[in-house]
Design a protein around this ligand. Structure first.
Ligand code: NAD
Length: 503
């Protein structure tokens, strides 16, 4: 049997259970259908076949999950950090033990290539390990003294929180939000994306099998407009950690206003990769193509705008087009595949729509720009050249393996083009001139920048965007600032003078 046939056979074994049992909510340690009995189907982007029937949650299911999270909060929040650490490390180990099952399930449900998803499961475990290790110190604050006062700051978990996640690398992203919430002592209600619900079921099962008490993590499936909306409006949910589109973030902020929700948003991006003519072009081209064509380009941090200095524009775009043309598009479980099918026919139609728009706007299709095959959601890795920054393909988040190239003359023009979008998540800069790198990174509007580097993550560093790309930061202690309340207690040093009134 070829490697792909072996992988598909294994995946079918993993899928059998989902087909038989469906994907239920997981509330208070129990797998439960929707109170209404409503369901929806999750489909394979490879051939649009139904993978599983999923419980479609609504207000009653969300209320039940929030009640479970509320009931579990007193005990979990009082569990010593060292004990929470032990449990979360066991969760990380259990994820590692089931990494293949997670990766294969993710590939089937999302269309992402196995070569990337096998690492995504392990990164999920790393997220748990990292935040587990921070749990014992999470409540520590500062001692701030004056001549008359001693202030002691500490942090306490904010309460039950809602985590709402998108469909791109859903397992890894969910752990990135859920692990710090649990480490901080919060209980969680998770609403996974409707296009990719399967690995969320695995996550909560794995966590409980590793010793996470029932009710500490609850999962309610369903659509944003009913299950998601109810979570953001529920008075017992103290905060919402959301990853998804910018316009959904705006809706969530409005929905949560009445109950004064604390929100943390990781939203869209239209990230520039800026290449100057003094850059190491081999490395720059490798990084630029990796950051747009890996993970199907369905990645908030993808480098979707290629800004290249005029003198090297033709060479760089020619080389990028050659890479794009060589990339294998195919079944996500084929070890050779780089680009798998896009998540869902709706998203496929959106990306195809940009192929048409680009031509109407007058850009040139230098690579790709077309679907692959007649079934499934496959598209060729695409490069548009001859684009202007005011075109839709340069301004809007396409969220596929689609790169828009624009030339620039000098530093000032590079900065102007890079910043002339609503988004500000990441920027990638290639130059061998250190002074220029400092000037550019001072001027670029992005929450995260990489100089002469692809996107290499280090978990203690802050992660998040500016402008329409987000509110707040994750990573390191920034995550705990979101999931915890900081409290100050003041003690007098000696007997200071207290004003006497009325005497
Ligand atoms: P989306 O905004 O459509 O959906 C995300 C989640 O929000 C889903 O679970 C959905 O059901 C829910 N939702 C939708 N409407 C809601 C509402 N009114 N109330 C509550 N919940 C609601 O996003 P998507 O299409 O699933 O994901 C792709 C987007 O996510 C892209 O824009 C991408 O850039 C962004 N993203 C950002 C980051 C980051 O770190 N900045 C990371 C990954 C993805």
């Amino acid at each position: 049997m070829s490697a792909i046939d072996t992988n598909i056979a294994r995946a079918m074994d993993y899928m059998a259970r989902f087909r038989e049992e469906g994907v239920n909510h997981h509330i208070g340690g129990q797998s439960v259908p929707s109170a209404s009995g409503a369901t929806f189907d999750t489909i394979s982007p490879v051939d649009l076949s139904v993978l599983a029937t999923v419980a479609r949650g609504a207000e009653a299911d969300m209320d039940r999950a929030v009640a479970a999270a509320k009931a579990a909060f007193p005990a979990w929040s009082k569990t010593p950090g060292a004990e929470r650490r032990k449990i979360l490390i066991r969760v990380a180990e259990a994820i590692e033990a089931r990494a293949e099952e997670i990766a294969f399930t993710e590939c089937m449900d999302t269309g992402q290539a196995l070569r990337f998803m096998s690492k995504a499961a392990l990164r999920g475990a790393e997220n748990f390990r990292y935040f587990a290790d921070q749990a014992p110190g999470a409540e520590d604050g500062q001692a701030i003294r004056t001549a008359t006062q001693m202030n002691v700051t500490s942090r306490r978990p904010i309460g039950p929180v809602g985590v709402i996640t998108p469909w791109n690398t859903p397992f890894m992203l969910s752990t990135w939000k859920i692990a710090p919430a649990l480490a901080a002592g919060c209980t969680v209600v998770h609403k996974p994306a409707e296009f990719s619900p399967m690995t969320a079921k695995l996550l909560v099962e794995i966590a409980e099998s590793a010793g996470l008490p029932p009710g500490v993590l609850n999962t309610v499936h369903g659509f944003g407009e009913d299950a998601g909306k109810r979570l953001t409006e529920h008075p017992d949910i103290r905060a919402i950690a959301f990853v998804g589109e910018s316009r959904t973030g705006s809706l969530i902020q409005a929905q949560g206003a009445k109950t004064l929700k604390r929100v943390h948003f990781e939203l869209g991006g239209k990230n520039p990769v800026i290449i100057f003519d003094d850059a190491d072009l081999d490395r720059a081209v490798d990084a630029a193509t990796f950051m747009i064509y890996s993970l199907n380009g369905e990645r908030c941090t993808s480098s979707s705008r290629l800004l290249v200095q005029e003198s090297i524009y033709d060479e760089v775009t020619r080389r990028v087009a050659e890479v794009a043309d060589r990339i294998k598009v195919g079944h996500p479980l084929d070890p050779e595949t780089v680009v798998g099918p896009l998540i869902h026919p709706e998203h496929f139609d959106k990306v195809m729509g940009y192929f048409a728009t680009a031509t109407v706007e007058g850009a040139t299709v230098a690579a790709g720009g077309r679907r692959v095959g007649d079934t499934g959601c496959f598209v060729r890795p695409t490069l548009f050249t001859g684009a202007r920054n005011d075109m839709a393909i340069a301004q809007e988040e396409i969220f596929g393996p689609v790169l828009t190239a624009i030339p620039f003359g000098d530093e000032a023009e590079a900065v102007a083009l890079a910043n002339d979008v609503d988004y500000g998540l990441t920027a990638y800069l290639w130059t061998s001139d250190l002074e220029r790198a400092i000037r550019m990174t001072d001027a670029l509007e992005a929450g995260m920048m990489w100089v002469n580097s692809e996107n290499v993550r280090h978990l203690p560093t802050p992660f998040g965007g500016v402008k329409s790309s987000g509110i707040g930061r994750d990573g390191g202690d920034w995550s705990f600032d979101f999931y915890m309340e900081t409290v100050n207690v003041c003690f007098p040093r000696g007997t200071h003078k207290i004003p006497k009134l009325g005497g």
